[in-house]
Every structure is written in structure tokens, then in C-alpha cells.
Design a protein around this ligand. Structure first.
Ligand code: SF4
Length: 141
């Protein structure tokens, strides 16, 4: 399951579901349980790989179009009740988003979430390594 921006969430009505309404597991068209969520926290990156971004002319989403950390936490909490156990944070480059560690720490604590992964180019991660190391015991990879 890929979740990126508010418009997609609103289309699937996930934001407006109450905890009491969450009962069903997520099933794909082939009857398989969906337990994996990929979530883009930003469309920005600190570099520009030629196969990913043009040299010029990128129009980034306005900040208000991105899910807030509170919205992401609530969304994952709801999805965890529907069987999501693994979350991968992507971008763009996730670490260009301010205070990403706060979000990661919150996600790791959500009941039912067993694995948290980050797709990163690694350039900005060095200052966060001690914090990330502390979270490894919670299965962050
Ligand atoms: S590091 Fe990843 S997100 Fe950034 S430009 Fe390269 S491929 Fe795209």
C-alpha cells in the first residue's frame, strides 16, 4: 500500500474512520492480506539523480498538502488496527523533512507496528545515527 499525500488519504476515507469502525483486514484483489505501508513524507530531496528529478522545473507540493506528523501517526495507528505491521518511510529524501526523528519515534511506538524502514540516500543521516541505533531494538532498519 502506498500513501503519499492528503488528497489520496481523503479519497480512501481513511482519515475520517473512527477507531470503533476499524475491524476489517486490508485485502488486495487477489485475496492477500496487506500488511505493508509505504509512506512518502516529502517530495523534496537534497540531490537530483538524473533518473528521478529533472535538473530544473520541479514544482513541489505546498506544505499544507503534506500530511502532518500528527496525521501520519493517526493514519498508521488506524491502519495497524487493519493489519499493517510494516511501514517504510520514503520521499524524496525523508531526512530533508524537519524533525523526522520525532515521527520515527512515534511510529515505532504504535501498537502493532513491528518493522519501520527508511529509504534514504544516507547523506543526511549521520547526525541521527545514535538515535537510530537506539531504535534498532524496536526493529527499525
Ligand atoms: S536520492 Fe532518491 S529521491 Fe533523491 S533524487 Fe535520487 S532517487 Fe530521487
Amino acid at each position: 500500500m502506498d500513501v503519499c499525500y492528503k488528497s489520496e488519504i481523503i479519497e480512501s476515507h481513511v482519515v475520517f474512520i473512527s477507531f470503533e469502525q476499524i475491524q476489517d483486514m486490508l485485502i488486495d484483489n487477489h485475496g492477500r492480506e496487506i500488511n505493508y505501508l509505504r509512506l512518502a513524507v516529502t517530495d523534496r530531496c537534497n540531490i537530483r539523480c538524473f533518473y528521478c528529478m529533472p535538473e530544473t522545473g520541479i514544482t513541489y507540493l505546498p506544505k499544507q498538502e503534506l500530511l502532518t506528523y500528527e496525521e501520519i501517526e493517526r493514519l498508521i495507528t488506524l491502519l495497524a488496527r487493519m493489519g499493517i505491521t510494516k511501514v517504510r518511510l520514503t520521499g524524496g529524501e525523508p531526512f530533508v523533512r524537519r524533525d523526522l526523528m520525532k515521527l520515527i519515534t512515534r511510529i515505532v511506538r504504535i501498537p502493532g507496528i513491528r518493522d519501520v524502514h527508511i529509504t534514504t540516500n544516507g547523506i543526511l543521516t549521520a547526525p541521527y545515527l545514535p538515535e537510530l541505533k537506539n531504535l534498532v531494538s524496536r526493529q527499525l532498519t
